[in-house]
Design a protein around this ligand. Sequence first.
Ligand SMILES: [Mg+2]
Length: 335
Amino acid sequence: MQLSEIGEFGFIDRFSGKFSGLLQPAVHGIGDDCAIMPLDDQFEQVVTTDLLIEDIHFLKAAISPFDLGYKALAVNLSDIAAMGAQPTGSFLSIALPSDVDVEYMDEVMNGYHQLSEKYKVPLLGGDTTKSPGKIIINVCVTGKVKKGEAKLRSSAQNGDAICVTGFLGDSGAGLKVLLDGLTPDTNSKKLVSWHNKPEPAVDEGLWLGKYSGVHAMMDLSDGIASDLGHILQKSDKGAIIHLEKIPISPELQQTASDNQWDALKLALTGGEDYRLLLTIDSEKVNPIKEAYNKTFSHPLSIVGTITNKPSGEIQWKKSGKLVPLHKGGFNHFSP
Ligand SMILES: [Mg+2]
């Protein structure tokens, strides 16, 4: 059997159960944005790791070395943010071909350092080794969160409002601008910038994490159509999503209309948004949303509702009517 037949999550399922018996009580292992371990009387430690491989996760010609370093840390800080945790340190391991320019790597580290400085996250160690060809970057980030207050994927409750921070699809659209070789204008430059240098929602995650009315939370890395499935699976719940409520930035609207792209499809499936997806108690969502929108420069949007059944399934609605999702994608969502 080839890996492509079962995919990333099918592969993880084949071994993750074997390790669950090794877990100490109060330790959460595989299956959330971060692992959680006891730290002291007041705090728990959260840990995440992510791998970036040249030509799979980034194209050297399409991202500056500064942005590459920034993004390598950003995608990990995003997982810390998803727990409502404060980042505390990072580890960086890199495999490099021996002919890589030192000046190129200096810039990678300048980008990594700028984001480290922004959130006061020290680089604590790592490893550097030779690669036979491509650049490989692995980052591990630690964080801390008050005991019992980490936001889990498994905490969604029936009737919760499903919310997202910021706009969806900008990163996927930015990648499309790069791959299609478009000459960037003011709007599409912003999309490319979000793709290459995403801003992790560290402050937003910490802010939201303080509310007990915020139940489940995760970051959006693969697109809401796929990521929401993880919350539903872990929480044993279903969901209704109202497509007209999906927040799309003015830049994506304009670029999509200029190039005849389906902005909604990019927003649902584009991936690498690194925004937060969360569920909030329906009685508490309005004041939280109002306070959020006063605090941050981008909106918190309510896009749907958690349901008891059918478990694991998303019902997509447009103007109140069910819209079928075909395996091939979202083409059928067009009016
Ligand atoms: Mg994540």
